[in-house]
Write a protein that binds this ligand. Structure first.
Ligand code: MN
Length: 260
C-alpha cells in the first residue's frame, strides 16, 4: 500500500507524548498514512480505562522530536482517544495504534493497562485498534523491531479490518531481532505479581504503602501470550471487550432461579 493522505491513523500511548516508543511507532506508521498523535501530557501507565469527568481537559499542540506536531492531552489515554476522535483527526480514523509501551501488557496486566485501554476506547468508537508493547522496562530497549512489525500488521488490518468489539494486543520480547523466535497468535494468559504491598512508616509514625512488586508469577499455559513472550516470540492476541463467561451462563441461570 502506498502512502495515502486518505488513511488516517491515530497514535496514542500511556507513557506520555514524549516517550521514545511513541516516536518509534509514529515513524514506522508515517509510511502508511497520515499519523495523528494525541497522547497524555505525562506518564499515565497503569491508569486502566479511566476517564476524566471531574475537571476540564486540555489539548496542547506540541512539537515532537521528529519536528512534527502532536497534541498533548491533560487526561488519560482513553481521554486522548475521545478528544482525538473527531476533535483532532480531520476525517475518519481508519486505525488506532496505542504504544509502543515500555513494559509488557500480558495476561491480567490488560485490565490495568492504559495502553490497552486506549485501544479499547478505539474499539468502542468503532475503530480497528491495536495495542503494542515491548516486554522490558529497561532504559536501553530498542523499539525498532516492534515498530516495524506493527506497521506490517497495521497494513494488513487496514485492508482486512478486525471483528466487531475486538482489538489486537501485541507484545514483543526485548531481544535483538535475530534472537526473536517468531510470531505466535495467542490467548490471554495469567500473570500476577507477588509481594505487591510494601508497608513503610513515615517520620510521624504513620504507615504508608507502595504498591508494586516486581515478582511476576506467570501461568505458563501453552498458547498464551505470557508463554510466547517468555519463549522469545512475539505474541499477537485478539482481545474481545465482552468479558462475559458464556460457559457459566446456564449454570448461573439455574443457581439464580433456585435462589428465588
Ligand atoms: Mn506504560
Amino acid at each position: 500500500m502506498s502512502k495515502s493522505e486518505t488513511i488516517n491513523i491515530l497514535v496514542t500511548n500511556d507513557d506520555g507524548i514524549h516517550a521514545d516508543g511513541l516516536l518509534a511507532l509514529k515513524t514506522a506508521l508515517d509510511s502508511i498514512g497520515k499519523v495523528w498523535v494525541v497522547a497524555p501530557d505525562r506518564p499515565r501507565s497503569a491508569c486502566g480505562h479511566s476517564i476524566t469527568l471531574h475537571k476540564p481537559l486540555r489539548l496542547t499542540r506540541v512539537k515532537l522530536a521528529d519536528c512534527s506536531y502532536g497534541y498533548a492531552c491533560s487526561g488519560t489515554p482513553s481521554d486522548s482517544v475521545s478528544l482525538g476522535v473527531p476533535g483532532v483527526v480531520q476525517g475518519k480514523v481508519d486505525l488506532l495504534v496505542s504504544g509502543i509501551n515500555r513494559g509488557p501488557n500480558l495476561g491480567w496486566d490488560l485490565t490495568y493497562s492504559g495502553t490497552v485501554s486506549a485501544a479499547m476506547e478505539g474499539v468502542i468508537l468503532g475503530i480497528p485498534s491495536i495495542a503494542v508493547s515491548v516486554a522490558s522496562y529497561g532504559d536501553d530497549i530498542s523499539f525498532d523491531y516492534a515498530a516495524e512489525y506493527t506497521a506490517i500488521l497495521a497494513k494488513k488490518i487496514l485492508k482486512d479490518g478486525l471483528p466487531t468489539d475486538t482489538l489486537l494486543n501485541i507484545n514483543v520480547p526485548a531481544l535483538p531481532r535475530d534472537q526473536i523466535k517468531g510470531i505466535e497468535v495467542t490467548t490471554q494468559g495469567r500473570r500476577r505479581y507477588s509481594g505487591t504491598v510494601d508497608k513503610r512508616v513515615d517520620p510521624n509514625g504513620r504507615a504508608y504503602y507502595w504498591l508494586g512488586g516486581d515478582t511476576v508469577i506467570d501461568g505458563l499455559e501453552e498458547g498464551t501470550d505470557v508463554k510466547a513472550v517468555a519463549g522469545g516470540k512475539v505474541s499477537v492476541t485478539p482481545i474481545h471487550l465482552d468479558l462475559t463467561d458464556y460457559s457459566y451462563l446456564e449454570k448461573l441461570k439455574q443457581l439464580v432461579a433456585s435462589a428465588d
